[in-house]
Design a protein around this ligand. Structure first.
Ligand SMILES: *Cc1c(COP(=O)(O)O)cnc(C)c1O
Length: 360
């Protein structure tokens, strides 16, 4: 068996030890005589798996006690509707910082629920940077300020935390959660689809300060009402049980590697291997402002885009897959999440150099 070097933006590569453990436990989890997929979510086995996953996530992110951790469905995009439904709390509108494709979707969805104030946008520069905080035109009456901490398509990441004062900060962390330590207490709400850096698709994690919930707008579906889910330990309805189990194995795996500080070190080394090369050549380029470059998603273009197909074909031949950039921006994109090894990125750069030497 040969595992591909998978640079997919999501669903994405997972740690091999986690997959092996899941395989070993597939037919019989811990003497239960069944797969986790086949268990009742109300049974003691699954309740233990769920509780352990939450405890490990709380430990990894040092989540304060006054925050609820919810394991939901509906994806990152589902949260673009759930956040206004739950967090408007009688306010007329909210603030949004437009950093690219994902925030555009967030803004579009929010318009169904409230007055949208785009307090800053990076559109003029082609979404290649995070707007400087002193340019943000925040509304003091906003229900919350919504940001995307890592724009997965554009490869733009905040390496600082905005101070929005008394207005809660909401962050979509779908593609950089658990890639480095963050201070949860600076946020009112954090959400992330699991399929980038945590586990299989189908699980959406929400971390929310408990004083912000309980005031959902009328007609909020019960399964998307944070308070109802919080009061039922995320089991108001059947949670995505198998995805929660795999996420739990990933949390244990990250803890064993040394937690989020160790992850950050590993991710910085990997990103530097790729960015240093991109900066040293004119054959390839990355358009993002240096201080805002993503540690997780690295878009790049070939100087001569007529070589794109040949580049992708050669990569495929070396077992490197999913390097094609998002259809909205073209070019290439290497997603180098936690589970991608340093050796994997070194192999990519070695191939890029070889390709440059033969086509440059
Ligand atoms: C992948 C992604 C999403 C979309 O998540 P779905 O689970 O497909 O709804 C949202 N935001 C960001 C930043 C993403 O990377």
């Amino acid at each position: 068996m040969t595992r591909a070097l998978n640079f997919s933006a999501g669903p994405a590569t997972l740690p091999e030890p986690v997959l092996r453990r899941a395989a070993a436990e597939m037919l019989d989890w811990n003497g239960s005589g069944m797969s986790v997929m086949e268990m009742s979510h109300r049974g003691k086995e699954f309740i233990a798996i769920h509780a352990q996953a939450e405890a490990d996530l709380r430990e990894l992110l040092t989540i304060p006690a006054n925050y609820k951790v919810l394991f939901l469905q509906g994806g990152g995009l589902g949260q673009n509707a759930c956040v206004p439904m739950n967090l408007l709390r009688g306010h007329a509108g909210a603030d949004f910082i437009n950093t690219g494709e994902w925030m555009k979707k967030t803004i579009k969805e929010a318009k169904n629920y409230c007055k949208v104030n785009v307090a800053a946008t990076a559109e003029a520069g082609g979404f290649t940077s995070v707007p400087k905080f002193d340019s943000w035109k925040l509304d003091p009456n906003a229900a919350y300020v919504h940001i995307c901490l890592n724009e997965t398509i554009g490869g733009v990441e905040y390496h600082w935390t905005p101070d929005t004062g008394a207005v809660p900060l909401v962050a979509d962390m779908s593609s950089n959660i658990l890639s480095r330590p963050i201070d949860v207490s600076r946020y009112g709400l954090i959400y992330a689809g699991a399929q980038k850096n945590i586990g299989p698709s189908g699980l959406t994690i929400v971390i929310v300060r408990e004083d912000l919930i309980g005031q959902a707008i009328p007609h909020t579906p019960s399964v998307f009402d944070y308070k109802q889910q919080a009061d039922n330990d995320s089991m108001y309805n059947t949670p995505p049980t198998y995805a929660i189990y795999i996420a739990g194995l990933v949390f244990k795996h990250i803890k064993a590697l040394g937690g989020l500080k160790a992850m950050e070190e590993h991710n910085r080394i990997k990103a530097a291997v790729l960015y240093d090369y991109l900066d040293a050549t004119s054959f390839y380029s990355n358009p993002v402002a240096r201080e805002d470059r993503s540690l997780m998603n690295v878009p790049f273009k070939l100087r001569d885009e007529s070589l794109d197909e040949a580049f992708l074909k050669g990569a495929q031949g070396r077992g490197m897959v999913q390097l094609k950039g998002h259809r909205s921006v073209g070019g290439m994109r290497a997603s180098i999440y936690n589970a991608m090894s340093v050796e994997g990125v070194q192999a990519l750069v070695a191939y890029m150099k070889e390709f440059e030497a033969s086509h440059g």
